[in-house]
Ligand binder design. Structure first.
Ligand code: CA
Length: 455
């Protein structure tokens, strides 16, 4: 009897200490969110009170970067903690140009996703929202470390699933044909449900909203709040923001109700910059937008919130990147599981708990097909599509990339170029693409070969 009691007490103690020492992780992505379109960055046209709450009670990164200026590769880098260029995931999946006809467009199985790594650490994992990591079965979220999936595999979706027979919503791998709610509300609802169901065990909620990516579709009742915005597309975008922010508010409220606030690390950022010409999102004061390696394409609203661990009200200006999320989470959960691959980012927690600390002399790289960029502390060197000349910006002083100073600082440009080339030389060639040059179009390759043979 005594032994049984001891065993029970030990078991209770193990369960208790496990729950206490393993923080929950909630990783929320916005899609194509503009740098200027959050309240805490000064966006006054579209209120985002709940995102602002997280930002002002957590840490805001003014210089937070996504890994690519488009959705798929940006997420692949974040989910693996490694430059996606290491494994050829340089463009969105589905591209017609491929290295070989057999190319599998997705994160290779040799990479270990955040979901897989957190599962190894005993976490219950859910992926609620957009996928965009390839359509082959082996890349489906449920095969990449996620116990639950509610969302869609493609790069975009209608927000009114029940009105569109072609909708592609899934629960697990089963099609959902009767979703009654506006998609952003449905994702928020499922997120809250997952949190409630897992309140007693460590969980990882990956919540990539497709808001505010096109198509521009909003609920009538949300549109009513923005009668002051004349441009109907901008008005629709504002209503889509409102829906996302409302659902983030529901998550905050749920965590508070369940007393999980101090045991949950929340990370929020956007997979790439806003698209001013397509969906009327604003990136000012940044130059450019989605699809370019100018800061408007890659620098995004980026915050972390963890009551009791990360002191609120912090603003950090040093450059960080989404590859830092993986090692930061590993440190937050005190992971003892061995990593199979070297990570490219850095653990940010020491810089958030010690006011004085700053990451030293770090380099961040982007290669997106015909474009590339490198950031080193206060400097940024880049090459845009369709031009041979490089551009150097003293970006810490010139946030809008207005003055190319390459002629004034040739040594810095030369050093950064060399550094970039050294990095790029260690990356894989893009394995597929929507733009030519890389491999050739699958359907016309045979035709090209015939033409070449004739020559
Ligand atoms: Ca995106």
């Amino acid at each position: 009897m005594k032994n049984t009691l001891t065993l029970i007490l030990i078991s209770i103690n193990i369960v208790f200490s496990f729950a206490q020492t393993k923080p929950n992780i909630i990783l929320i992505l916005a899609d194509d969110l503009g740098y200027a379109d959050v309240g805490y960055h000064g966006g006054d046209e579209i209120p985002t009170p709940n995102i602002d709450y997280l930002a002002t009670n957590g840490v805001q990164f003014s210089t937070g970067y996504a890994m690519a200026p488009v959705c798929g590769p940006s997420r692949a880098g974040m989910l693996t903690g490694r430059y996606q260029n290491r494994f050829g995931f340089e463009d969105n999946p589905g591209g017609p140009f491929r290295q070989t006809e057999e190319t599998r467009q997705g994160i290779p199985l040799t990479e270990v996703t955040l979901g897989e790594q957190l599962k190894k650490n005993g976490y219950r994992t859910a992926w609620i929202g957009k996928d965009h990591q390839g359509k082959f079965d082996e890349f489906h979220p449920t095969n990449r470390g996620f116990d639950e999936f509610f969302g869609f595999v493609n790069g975009a979706s209608t927000y009114f699933s029940n009105k569109n027979k072609k909708q592609s919503l899934q629960r697990g791998t089963t099609p959902v044909n009767d979703e009654p709610e506006y998609l952003t509300d449905a994702f928020g609802r499922e997120a809250v449900k997952f949190i409630k169901e897992n309140k007693d065990n460590p969980f990882f909620l990956y919540l990539p909203f497709n808001a505010v990516h096109g198509p521009l579709e909003a609920k009538k009742e949300d549109l009513k709040h923005f009668k002051n915005i004349e441009n109907v597309k901008r008005r629709t975008l504002a209503a889509m923001h409102l829906a996302m922010d409302r659902n983030i508010g529901n998550i905050i409220e749920t965590l508070n109700d369940l007393n999980l606030d101090e045991n949950t690390l929340i990370i929020f950022y956007s997979d790439n910059g806003g698209k001013p010409k397509g969906n009327y999102s604003y990136n000012h004061p940044l130059k450019g937008g989605k699809g370019t390696v100018l800061d408007g394409g890659i620098r995004v609203p980026f915050l972390m919130h963890w009551n009791g661990t990360i002191e609120g009200g912090q603003k950090k200006d040093f450059p960080i990147a989404a590859i830092d999320i993986y090692p930061t989470i590993m440190a937050a959960i005190n992971s003892k599981e061995k990593l199979e691959n070297d990570l490219d980012g850095i653990n940010l927690l020491p810089f958030l708990t010690n006011e004085e600390a700053v990451p030293e002399d770090r380099y961040i790289y982007w290669r997106f097909l015909y474009q590339w960029a490198i950031r080193n502390n206060e400097w940024k060197l880049l090459k845009l599509k369709g031009q041979d000349e490089l551009e150097l910006y003293h970006i810490s002083e010139d946030i809008s990339e207005t003055k190319n100073v390459i002629l004034e600082f040739p040594e810095i440009a030369s050093k950064l170029k060399k550094e970039y080339e050294s990095w790029s030389g260690n990356m894989m060639q893009p394995q597929w693409s929507w733009q030519g040059k890389f491999g050739g179009p699958i359907n016309s390759r045979k035709k090209n070969q015939i033409i070449n043979n004739k020559k």
